[in-house]
Ligand binder design. Structure first.
Ligand code: HEM
Length: 521
């Protein structure tokens, strides 16, 4: 037995030695330094799958490097820690490019046809000029999602749905995440897809959440029909529903966003079933992050009596109340929450949402290196490698946020007058050319939902105290992780509330952007 162990140990040491030699031989001295590891290639792979984005934080704390190399079997990752290098990466958007990665993810996650694959990959990075599906896509969807009439129209539907969902609330016990996810999913999809929204069918809602866990398998392309069978079936079911939606012209009654997406695809001769497949992919951007962000914000509001009270006060000062005539002789009070006032006059509420995105946001911005490049004239990035900017590294950086409370939740941290932080370190919505175009829509929805909830209801945890759930089970690709365990809460109307009062959310014409990311300031 001991002989076998000795042989095994020798083989392991010898293999590690060979891998170290190979590493040294194939690593250029001008490349970012390597994070050392006992077992090259295999070690980082195991650590990444076990610790996920926490691995990047651990390496940042251990080596404190501006940028470093992680070698995985068959690929090089350059991980960026330094703020100044983030700007340098984002400036080189052609050489350190996102569109080729996006095209690869889209085709593998959505299971598109060869025709759609070829259209998507033609002039994918715009090297031959500003034409082709991929490079014109971002500009096309930017207009209906940017502050202006189309976004206002979408927000109006959303506001009405969110308001109706809070109206339906009554005294009961719910799973907080489950409840928020359900309401946000319906409000978001109704706003985007209109009256023929496929998500009105509960089977489609269920399919969406069944589809998500298979995403990593789709991306890696390892037998998805077997290893992600349920996900695969859910995706195909959603594809059929979206094909029917487009064939029946559902998009014509939907938002500017869905009409633009459909027109952009058909102008580029994407077959209808692939338009539907792209839409299944789009539901990930649309839904996967909004519900968890709303959940974390609501959790922190109710878990902190000070934050709750300050936000309630802020909101109470902008609510307008009028008496309206009802049937017969009756009257009622109508409370109006105007979202442009929320955005302009409720900085603590906005700051609480940003802090939820900072504390929980773990999105990684990725870029593929199109040709050998000297980043900032200092570091050689080799063609074919991937550059990664993990948001969590920035969000937990004490040099950006202050060492005293970087790990704590401070609902006032983002107040303009407090300004104690480095704004570039906020990566909740990414940055540069891939900055999330849906941030205005998502933020308005989350703020409207949270505002109505805290103005009208108390939430008390059934277990007696608020305990922050872990997120260890969340997937690698998730930008806002979902909680591992739900929190059972009792919902009850606030005392002293007029039970007959009516509430509405107003979205008045606004072409001003909310100051969310550094690009909006
Ligand atoms: C709170 C909710 C949301 C969060 C936290 C979030 C976050 C992000 C992040 C971190 C990125 C990647 C940025 C990068 O790589 O640098 C991104 C990209 C994107 N988001 Fe969002 N997002 C949210 C909601 C939405 C919504 C509602 C939509 C659509 C209406 C949307 C559409 C997109 C799109 C299309 C991209 C890709 C941009 C590109 O092609 O370059 N997101 N989002």
């Amino acid at each position: 037995m001991s002989d076998i162990l000795a042989i095994l140990a020798t083989v392991l040491v010898a293999s590690a030695g060979c891998l170290h030699l190979f590493l040294r031989y194939t690593q250029d001295a001008r490349e970012p330094p390597m994070a050392s590891t006992i077992f090259p290639f295999i070690g980082p792979m195991i650590n990444l799958s076990r610790k996920k984005t926490k691995y990047y934080v651990g390496l940042r704390d251990k080596y404190n490097l501006p940028i470093y190399t992680l070698r995985l079997p068959g690929s090089r990752l350059y991980i960026v820690n330094s703020i100044s290098l983030i700007s340098a990466v984002q400036r080189q958007f052609k050489t350190l490019a996102f569109p080729p990665l996006e095209a690869k993810f889209t085709t593998s996650i959505c299971g598109t046809s060869k025709i759609a694959h070829d259209i998507l990959n033609t002039n994918v990075n715009g090297d031959e000029g500003f034409w082709g599906y991929s490079v014109t896509f971002y500009k096309a969807i930017h207009t209906p999602l940017a502050p202006g009439p189309e976004l206002d129209a979408m927000n109006r539907v959303m506001a009405q749905k969110v308001s109706a969902s809070v109206d339906r609330l009554e005294e009961r016990v719910v799973g907080l995440f489950e409840f928020i996810r359900h309401e946000i999913t319906l409000a978001t999809t109704d706003s985007v897809y209109g009256p023929k929204n496929p998500f009105k069918d509960p089977a489609i809602v269920e399919s969406f959440w069944t589809f998500l866990p298979g995403i990593m398998i789709f991306i890696m392309g390892i037998f998805p029909t077997i290893l992600a069978r349920k996900s695969f079936q859910a995706r195909e079911f959603m594809t059929q529903a979206f094909t029917r939606y487009f064939e029946e012209g559902g998009h014509n009654q939907g938002s500017g966003l869905i009409r633009t997406r459909y027109e952009h695809s058909t102008e580029h001769k994407i077959p209808i079933e692939d338009v539907a497949r792209f839409e299944v992919g789009n539901t990930i951007a649309l839904l996967a992050n909004t519900s968890p962000t709303a959940f974390w914000m609501v959790y922190h509001l109710y878990a902190s009596p000070v934050a709750l009270e300050e936000c309630r006060q802020e909101l109470s000062s902008i609510i307008s109340i009028e008496t309206i005539a009802m049937e017969g002789e009756e009257t009622a009070t109508l409370h109006t929450l105007d979202m442009s006032q929320v955005k302009g006059s409720c900085p603590i509420l906005l700051s609480t949402m940003q802090e939820a995105l900072r504390v929980h946001g773990v999105g990684v911005s990725s870029r593929v290196v199109m040709e050998d490049h000297m980043l900032d004239n200092k570091y050689l990035l080799k063609k074919g490698s991937t550059v990664m900017i993990p948001g969590v590294v920035q969000h937990t950086s004490s040099s950006s946020w202050g060492s005293a409370d970087v790990n704590g939740f401070d609902h006032r941290r983002f107040l303009p007058k407090e300004k104690r932080h480095q704004p570039v370190a906020f990566r909740g919505f990414g940055g540069g050319t891939t900055l999330c175009p849906g941030r205005h829509f998502a933020s308005t929805e989350i703020l409207a939902f949270a505002a109505l909830l805290i103005l009208r209801f108390e939430l008390t945890p059934v277990d007696g105290k608020w305990v922050c759930p872990n997120t260890d089970n969340s997937s690698f690709w998730e930008t806002m992780p979902t909680p591992d365990q739900d929190i059972r809460v009792k919902i009850s109307p606030r005392t002293g509330q007029d039970k007959r009062a009516r509430w509405r959310v107003l979205v008045s014409d606004s072409d001003k952007a909310m100051p969310i990311s550094v690009e909006d300031l």
